[in-house]
Design a binder for this molecule. Structure first.
Ligand SMILES: Cc1cc2nc3c(=O)[nH]c(=O)nc-3n(C[C@H](O)[C@H](O)[C@H](O)COP(=O)(O)OP(=O)(O)OC[C@H]3O[C@@H](n4cnc5c(N)ncnc54)[C@H](O)[C@@H]3O)c2cc1C
Ligand code: SF4
Ligand code: SF4
Length: 401
């Protein structure tokens, strides 16, 4: 069975990624649930994981509470998946084993492979249509009420961090008997319309691009409908030709890259070419155990030093004054540095730490510039701790926690 999102009430707030809450029967829920008002990660981490992140434990300041981290891949990668398909395979297993009545996730719009459309899936075979990454956001949580109305009592949700934050704030109101949350990291998202403009700059026939990923080896990978693939070093991307407002302020300032409130986070940043899993609590262990021998795992590695790249990124962000952080590097040097970065730049967990710190720097820099009054409420303590080594400290009136 397949239920598409209805369109009740469009979002009204200026900082909003249309997570779907404003489209429920009570749009006032946004005031209680929205990540873009006064996010309280410590409280929710305590409720979901039994404790908040502990900066004394390695990597928790950066990645949130977790029990263990893994490099992982499905021994039989699934066609059409973004990486090997761990996310949708777990969702399939939840349905196959009867652990849940339905999975709430995204599928591709029938007319646009890049546009996410929320869907409630009850037949495991239908998850094949959900594989792969779409760019943009869509009102996932608008289907929570229809899920209850359809009688689903045990639900799994696959979501990006701003959706998962609102879900955790509201989960008790919806009263599911059991809720599993699989989260993916998310950063640099934009509207599907903007993303199409980016694709137009990358290829003469953008409609033939079927896959895109910003890989941890500093290259974007593109795949085409005819089976070809191509990689482009980050430094050679046509960033300078994108409009200044290409990334909305929400996605430049959100404060949870790694989806810390999920039971299990499935990403790639710390995976050195494979997937990267953060098992955050007992329910996350349960989700992972559904894969049994299908999963090959290893200990994540770490190499390089993030300090200089993060410092450089912050300087570029400040110089860009609200636009895209272009590097002040001559054109001729770019291919050389593009070749060098995967060899000498931060790799594995150090790459993931670097990306989390860059995002934290962006949050502070962009909010200060565009919505200074919101710095106080929107920047949680862990973000201040992440940016401090780079000389960004809270000023007068910028901090209430
Ligand atoms: C916009 C975006 C940015 C991301 N950025 C990073 C990043 O910087 N670092 C990182 O480690 N990982 C990032 N990810 C996650 C990563 O791309 C993979 O989705 C993840 O590693 C799972 O791979 P998989 O093969 O297990 O997924 P699959 O089995 O292919 O399943 C993908 C799942 O993601 C859901 N999904 C796809 N697009 C969206 C969307 N737009 N909104 C909500 N759900 C969606 C699908 O419905 C499906 O359930 C990002 C994901 C998105 C959507
Ligand atoms: S809770 Fe969701 S729908 Fe409501 S304002 Fe926030 S992002 Fe938008
Ligand atoms: S970048 Fe942040 S705000 Fe934007 S869609 Fe992803 S999680 Fe949501």
């Amino acid at each position: 069975m397949d239920v598409m999102a209805r369109t009740l009430d469009p979002p009204r707030r200026d900082l909003c990624t249309d997570c779907g809450v404003s489209r429920t029967s009570d749009p006032r829920r946004c005031g209680r649930a929205c990540q873009f008002i006064r996010p309280d990660y410590a409280r929710l981490e305590r409720r979901v994981h039994g404790r908040e992140r502990d900066p004394a434990r390695p990597d928790e300041l950066h990645f949130g509470p977790f029990r263990r981290m893994l490099r992982a891949r499905l021994r039989a990668p699934r066609p059409g998946a973004q990486w090997t398909g761990i996310t949708t395979r777990i969702a399939e297993r939840l349905l196959e084993t009867g652990a849940v009545d339905a999975v709430l996730t995204m599928k591709a719009h029938p007319d646009d492979r890049w546009r996410p459309v929320p869907v409630l899936v009850t037949d495991p075979a239908d998850l094949v249509h959900c594989r792969g990454m779409r760019m943009g956001y869509a009102p996932l949580l608008a289907l929570l009420e229809p899920a209850r109305a359809a009688g689903y009592r045990r639900l799994a949700v696959v979501g990006i961090p701003c959706q998962v934050y609102a879900l955790r704030e509201l989960e008790r109101e919806f009263g599911f008997e059991r809720l599993y949350v699989i989260g993916t990291p998310c950063s640099d998202n934009t509207t599907t319309e903007n993303f199409h403009r980016f694709l137009e700059l990358l290829a003469d026939d953008p409609a033939t691009i079927t896959y895109l990923e910003f890989r941890a080896d500093y290259h974007v990978e593109l795949r085409y409908a005819d089976g070809r693939s191509r990689t482009i070093p980050f430094l050679m991307l046509p960033i300078s030709r994108l409009p200044r407002d290409f990334f909305p302020l929400t996605c430049r300032t959100c404060v949870d890259y790694t989806n810390v409130l999920a039971d299990l986070t499935v990403g790639y940043m710390g995976g050195q070419g494979e997937q990267w899993l953060l098992v955050r609590n007992e329910r996350g262990e349960e989700l992972l155990s559904l894969l049994g021998d299908e999963l090959a795992t290893a200990v994540p590695g770490s190499a390089g030093n993030r300090r200089a790249p993060v410092k450089g990124f912050l300087a570029n962000t400040l110089r860009a004054a609200g636009g895209l952080p272009l590097r002040s590097m001559p054109r001729w040097l770019r291919p050389v540095v593009g070749w060098l970065m995967p060899k000498v730049g931060p790799r594995g967990l150090e790459f993931a730490r670097a990306r989390v710190e860059m995002k934290a720097c962006e949050t502070v820099a962009h909010l200060r510039r565009e919505q200074p009054k919101r710095v106080r409420s929107m920047v949680p303590p862990h973000v201040w701790a992440l940016v401090e080594p780079y000389g960004l400290r809270s000023g007068a009136g910028e901090r209430d926690r």
